[in-house]
Design a protein around this ligand. Sequence first.
Ligand code: DCP
Ligand code: MG
Ligand code: MN
Length: 353
Amino acid sequence: KLQPSASNPNQDYCEFLLELAEFEKNVSRNIYKHNAYRKAASVLSHHPERITSGEQARQLAGVGRKIADKIDEFLQTGHLRKLDKIRASDVAVATAELSRVSGIGPAKARQLIDGGVRTLEELRARPELLNRHQTLGLRYVTEFESRIPRQEVAAIERHVLQRVAELDGRYRATVCGSYRRGAESSGDVDLLITHPDYTSDGGAETGRGRSAAGSATARGRGRSAGGRLLGAVVDHLSQDGFVTDTLSQGDSKFMGVCRLPGDQYTTHRRLDIRLVPHDQYHCAVLYFTGSDEFNRKSRMSPASVERISLSVGKGPHGRGPRTRPWGPLPTLREILSTEAGLIRDFLVETGQV
Ligand code: DCP
Ligand code: MG
Ligand code: MN
């Protein structure tokens, strides 16, 4: 039986051979190599004296040249490059697995792996290791991974715009993100809201003309004017059960979970709500419509108009095409022609010009 113990003078070899054996079985799925490593470990574990070279090990039945070389490498360097690589790729696999959970990034994944947690199943057994956001991320992991069809985002849009209008008709709300770019499906719903009582010059902080929605609410108490305006919307959207959970909430940003009432749409969806100052609303709409890549390129240089048109159909580094459900990047000129009218209407409507 393979039981390297303190009385086994070749225990260190047995340990790395068994680790290699596990890798061959579980990852490479090479049962011959698996058996070869186990056989060698077994033979070494029964050898009563310390083996001090690969050559010496080769004299034993079941130890071939490759394993002998590994014993030499281990004796000379204290570790095995093959095993270092395997361990590193194990960490990469576990990091990718754990990062499926909303709220778990590379640092948290690393911390969990160091604590012996490598799979979502193992994570479910250790709820004390997760904060609120991560706990909900784990609960909804498969639901959040499924794309939201455009038709469902449209239904969410109708629901939210109606609920917000009925709370306070002075709110303005737009669903941005991939949906506003015309994507056939979205990863989440990005709702942008504003209110005339909240402006960038701090007018809201004076409390002048505060709206009904801006008064203290369960979520809004002790918050800034912005926090109260956002809190009132979140409260209202929670009242009918549409907003089911909060991942995080600040004065200007809510990250949470929603599900439309009724039984047509049953999957829990990620919902982001951002409140922006009234006078910055249309710039914010542009920003939150993205894409993130478009935003990066827009900020590059005065020549960005040309660069964006040149890079249409190319990946982020100009290396070959990248699939984009919403088609090629628009040029700044194209963006301007569709946004300018909306911005002008907004300025006129709100008496800013
Ligand atoms: N954004 C950005 N830079 C980032 C992240 C986001 O400029 N690093 C902006 C542009 C995005 C918008 O915010 O379009 C919304 O972010 P999402 O992460 O929700 O991305 P999308 O809505 O574009 O795609 P998805 O369908 O995956 O949600
Ligand atoms: Mg989005
Ligand atoms: Mn988002």
